[in-house]
Design a protein around this ligand. Sequence first.
Ligand code: AHR
Length: 485
Amino acid sequence: MAVAQLTLDPAFRIAPVDPRLFGSFVEHMGRCVYTGIFEPGHPEADDDGLRTDVLDLVRELGVTTVRYPGGNFVSNYRWEDGVGPRGDRPRRLDLAWRSLESNAFGLNEFMRWSKLAGVEPMMAVNLGTRGVEAAAELVEYCNLADGTAAADLRRKHGVAQPHDVRMWCLGNEMDGPWQIGSLTADEYGRLAARAGHAMRRVDPSIELIACGSSNSGMPTFAAWEATVLEHAYDQVDYISLHTYYDPEKFDEASFRASAVDLDGFIDDVVATADHVRAKKRHSKRIKLSLDEWNVWYQSRFTEPEDRGIEETPALIEDDYNGTDAVVVGNLLISMLRHADRLSLGCQAQLVNVIAPIRTEAGGRAWRQTIFHPFARTARLARGTVLRPALTGPSMSTGRFGDVPAVDAVATHDEQTGEVSVFVVNRGTEPVPLSLDLRAFPKHRLREHVSLTADRPEPVTRQPTEEILLPPVSWHALCLAPEESM
Ligand code: AHR
């Protein structure tokens, strides 16, 4: 059996762990909001209709920040529809998903939910059917205390304190022909710069995220990022990346190695952003926001044109298996490995829609398999990300050729001394793992949690000297200084 050898050293630092890497996404799509996080009359709902059973799971998941309200939905959304007295809110046809939107849940409900969930809200503005004025007024509504029309409107709606939203997405997937109001890179770059400029006049302290390509397979990928940043470099702090991995699109081994694709995608966007930086002789480095990522059985998706108009349809409620969970664990490893430039991540989405949490209307809420690697990684990744030196067997894939079967990253919490190692075996052979802890001579394995494709529930193993990585498995190893055990 080929052995994987993993050497850890605190000197192999990548960057501090940014808690915002463990974000998620709530879109007005399908049953994410309605009968997901919000269901008045549900036995577990509070007085505001927020499902407390779902809130408990969101807190357990360890989500740190949540993007809202879309997604494709935002590109035809009027934020004013979702504020003020419920009885006055209009019912609209949402063109993104061809769904009926009651507007019973809107901005202030989301902010209240965010507080209860303990997450930082991240807002997206509509740059599809709307533009500079609506975006600036939304910042004013959210972030100014009083004395202006929009801030006073919020107060009239019963919210005295500003929401103080830090992170703002300038539209969503504006390169996608499916996007309502899609634009060329030049059109979008100019609009993002103008909207960002106005929004910063309202609140100079906000952080702005420009839309990158909808995925790395778009024909304009990289050229889009370069053009957008040529226009908007001064205004923005982040460029976004979106990526979904479809288990049924390529051969199975390629799916298991999806993190190889994510590694390359992130590196390409970093290179493109730095190319513009060099051209502009700018001192600022653009950060990356992976604000939509997940496993999605996309080939099973029915296009909105092929469905009837419904209110709260069950859209893309994918059921996940053990392999999907291992892939999600590996994608998180890739994200941590790029923590020097990737500062934000949002798994898409949070509830029901390609989600770690599922619900029944009027019934129970439960964890999907992909919940587990996310929850463990979000809880254990603390301190500084370390790059382990790793050797081991390789596996062959149709899409990427030969790739390492074992992948890993580590974090070191300098405060507690704890070291967490996240490891996957994405191959179909078992691999013994040998840990070289010469730089941590007093550390011992305190906990070993793992899940496999065959057994997707996490199992806590007895820490032993011998670590065996079963085929298609994900592991979190917690090492602690001997004296603290
Ligand atoms: O998350 C589902 C959809 O995928 C989002 O609305 C869109 O941004 C992406 O294409």
